[in-house]
Design a protein around this ligand. Sequence first.
Ligand code: ATP
Ligand code: MG
Length: 324
Amino acid sequence: MSLKRIFEQHPERRYIMFGGKGGLGKTTFSAATAYWLASQGKKVLVFSVDPQASLSDIFERDIFGKGPVQIMENLWAQEIDADQHIKQYQNEIRQKILDMYGFDEIPEEIEQYIQAASAEPAMEESAIFDAVVDIVVEGNYDYYIYDLVPLGHALYYLSMAKVYDEWINKITKLREEMREYEEMVSRLKRERELEEDAILRELLYIRSRINESSNILTDREKTAFFFVVVPEEMILIDTQKAAGLFAKFDVPISGYIVNRVVPRDLLRLEIPAYLRNRIEMQDRYLEQIGVMFSDQVVAHVPELERDVAGLPMIKTLSEIMYAD
Ligand SMILES: Nc1ncnc2c1ncn2[C@@H]1O[C@H](COP(=O)(O)OP(=O)(O)OP(=O)(O)O)[C@@H](O)[C@H]1O
Ligand SMILES: [Mg+2]
């Protein structure tokens, strides 16, 4: 099974993610895949929430916090700036408070509360989460490639989506019950019908967005999630553990891609013992990978002669990854 075949056989899988431990090649594969799909005539967005701005690095363009930036024909890249979103969030909250309660300005205590809440790490997470929801729900591209942050963090997002969802379910339910009660009271008092409940509306809206996005990201039909591994012992142990956790969050795994495989044709040349030993070591782990993940291994990607950055290098890699 080749990567190219997988994409050709499953055109409905439009949400592509590369997960794995830090530094193994997630951003590199995201960019190469985006490049390949775009050159096949598909409209592609590759995006990340990584504050390290690694898409800016690989495309050699400053795109951080600038919305979707066109890289070449059919290809857009976007890096979410969480801080910018938090500021936007704060303003929206201020505006809602002003509208809802008819204040002329935000009372000092509330302003302090908004400031304090924004310093919470959870605020950053939810700003990022919200931005990702915005992107995937929009639906303007043929493919969305989500260049994930290292494993632990990605798991944290997924678990947060679940917690968030449950939390909102509880609140909406409570709010609905309260509303029924309020309606009853107002009928008894013969007051006019309650105005539309702005808070309930807001909560229902948030819930529908969360459902929509977590449905997309865990939908076997629409999503392809690839695990990046390298032939090294520690990576294999960690990956196996992580794969179990991802399964728990219902993330469908489409395959494992083995990166940084030293080209075997070097063995036909006079090469130093050092390199020969490394190849032998990799052989051992490649065998283990075969046993562990068997037919789920969908590609072996060679270690290139230098880092992957800039479009010509991305193109070279994409041609290797998506060869027939
Ligand atoms: N097959 C390869 N050949 C040569 N260099 C590679 C290869 N794959 C990845 N690299 C290089 O390894 C480095 C790390 O890759 P990359 O940034 O894609 O990892 P990552 O998984 O996105 O890391 P992070 O977890 O920090 O986001 C980069 O400098 C990249 O150019
Ligand atoms: Mg990365």
